[in-house]
Write a protein of this length. Structure first.
Length: 64
């Protein structure tokens, strides 16, 4: 019976180790995704500013 308990304990320890490794990977992925979202947000903000500037320039042309 102790062999079964020892074996089960080993399986549980391995599962805990895998879970810990998965947590580290998920934290790393989460941080990478946060940086990517920030980069895309900044890029979007810059694009909108450029578009706004272009529209203002077009409005100044007085094409009527």
């Amino acid at each position: 019976m102790t062999d079964g308990v020892t074996e089960r304990l080993g399986e549980l320890e391995a599962a805990v180790k895998r879970a810990g490794e998965a947590l580290v990977r998920l934290r790393d992925d989460n941080e990478r995704l946060r940086r990517e979202v920030q980069r895309l947000t900044d890029e979007r903000r810059q694009s909108l500013a450029q578009i706004d500037s272009i529209l203002k320039d077009i409005a100044k042309l007085d094409l009527t």
